[in-house]
Design a protein. Structure first.
Length: 211
């Protein structure tokens, strides 16, 4: 799992610097935001001169999944003090969530669930920050004439393929892909937001109809 984290972290670091974000700001963004997909997307939007409000809305759509993660984990961590729940929320990540759910499914009554989550999260967080830092260093040394447009799409494809495990996910991916192509001419990268909404809607409708 960490191999994928490191690979995507390096790509994210390179993409942010290549988009014109200062290295120190890019590293600060990695620490504060800690969400690779939205970091790469926002870097591309900022590089194209997209209005800030639209950048915020796009990253909000991308990160909506963390609200669902938190809603399900609340069943296990709702009795923790607020300071711990805030830390757990910050450390949340896709792979950490998957590991935690596996742990809860296999050993629901095992003690130290919070410590297990934090152990996995801290490992992923550390690997991510080091990888992004390395990517920033690499990106800062890349000539501006080099084209890096394919880095982010390849990273997203690598993240998406393992998630296509059921019909609803496949339907969501197909509809989102077709939408972003059809809406490519929209200004301010609105095609991304349109594809996200269309994909979510298609996945929900397909899952409901299939059931």
């Amino acid at each position: 799992m960490l191999l994928g984290v490191v690979a995507f972290g390096v790509i994210a670091g390179v993409a942010m610097v290549a988009s014109g974000i200062a290295p120190l700001v890019a590293m600060l963004m990695s620490v504060v935001v800690f969400a690779g997909a939205s970091m790469v997307a926002s870097a591309q939007l900022l590089a194209s001169g997209t209005p800030v409000l639209l950048v915020v809305l796009t990253t909000l759509f991308i990160n909506l999944r963390f609200m669902m993660y938190s809603a399900s984990l609340r069943l296990h961590f709702q009795h923790e003090p607020l300071r711990w729940r805030l830390l757990l929320a910050y450390m949340q990540a896709d792979n950490v969530y998957a590991l935690t759910l596996m742990r809860f499914a296999e050993r629901p009554d095992a003690p130290g669930q919070r410590d297990y989550f934090l152990g996995a999260a801290l490992t992923v967080w550390t690997a991510w920050q080091l990888a992004v830092g390395a990517g920033i260093v690499i990106g800062a040394g890349v000539p501006a004439s080099w084209r890096l447009e394919f880095a982010a799409p390849l990273a997203f494809i690598a993240m998406t393929i393992p998630l296509l495990r059921d019909r609803a996910m496949v339907a969501a991916a197909i509809v989102a892909g077709l939408t972003v192509i059809a809406a490519h001419a929209l200004p301010f990268k609105l095609s991304i937001a349109a594809a996200a909404l269309a994909g979510i809607g298609a996945g929900m409708l397909f899952e409901k109809s299939w059931r």
